[in-house]
Design a protein. Sequence first.
Length: 441
Amino acid sequence: AWDMLIDTSYKFLETTQCPNTGLVPNWALVKEVDWETLTKQSGSFSGSGTPQKEFGAEASRTMWRAAFDAAVYPAESEAQAGAFLEPLQKMMVEHFEPSPLNGWEYFPSNTLQGCDHVDSVFGSWNFIGFIFGPVYSALVAKIPDELFQGKSFSQQTMVDVTCDIASDIASSESYYARSWQVISTMTLNGGLDKIRELFKGQTTKMPTVSPKPTSDPTLQPTFGATVSKQPTDPPVASPTQEPTLSRSPTANPVASPTKAPVVPTDGCCSQNYRDCSVTWCGTTQESCLACDDTVWISGQQTGCQAIWNDCINSPCCDGLECVELGGGYSQCWVPSGTPTTDAPTIPPTDSPTGSPVSPTDTPTDTPTLEPTENPTPTPTFEPTEDPTRSPTLEPTEDPTASPSKSPAGPPEGCFSNNYKDCVHPDHIGMDTCSQIWLPTG
């Protein structure tokens, strides 16, 4: 039964794959012609808010699943996983630049190309961990030697480079992209070899390790049956595709279709400012904004570019701006922060207006130093004394009172270097620290 499921799954992928570039769409419809033949079925649909004919978040995972099959079961999956990954591997070998001039673009964006049923590729894919991670994982499968004829690099060179890229995870990266970079790193650094050995060991240990029928109801009968009949090929053939194919049917249709209707007219949650693609943060604006790296948009956007996409010939979606990066390339970015965050630093201008006759040192020090360290004392002391002093004393008493207080060692104020204690008069003027004036002592 598992072998039939494996065969059917690869036949499904074969009907939707671009023959020359190896890409598949996010979503596809397939129908059965007869008991051993599948073909495309017309129609359109989408899940998770991702475009059907795009090579995007859903489609990229397919590459990793096939790579997992090839790495964990190299002999058994060579005919199917190897054939599926070869067109993509060929494109990667042809476009790989071992010594890029800019120091980072080993694979240009046109390394991934679509076809008639894959009409677009996720924008700036080589910067997005959940796209380039699964794609680079395809390099762990054996690449035909003839593809490297005349090349100055080997498959190992490509694996080393992509493993370094995948393992370089920015602290600001979102959890989903970060997760795929971790998975891809473990795939490219040989971590799947341990899984392969583990699976091989389970074929003999399974009956003793899991005596209870409730522990492994699926795997135990499968291994038991194959081991008892043919101890050579079937033991590895049965578990061969199980981890890959059991995840393939459940990952796409279960979570996605239930959330597909999240395209409400009053808004939706998004990660790219264009698609209603976030299905794990609830359906309200409040729940959406409580998640990381999400934004609330008015609804599914059309005719505009998502974040990080090239915007030289098409406008960015609402909430984004087109930023020219040089070299004839522009990209949609989130606008820089608005000046509202600077508002708290503006009110301290009350200090200089409250003491117009005082020396200029006082107002210049107060707004510069106090807002950064003592935001509370500034509005407490100055508004309570200065404003009342200004209107009452300025016209009649302030002009005479202010000069009389400044020259004499002031009875009310003093110099300080910690905003709390007065500096001893003998130490005033010493340049070992910064001294500021405390109007109230």
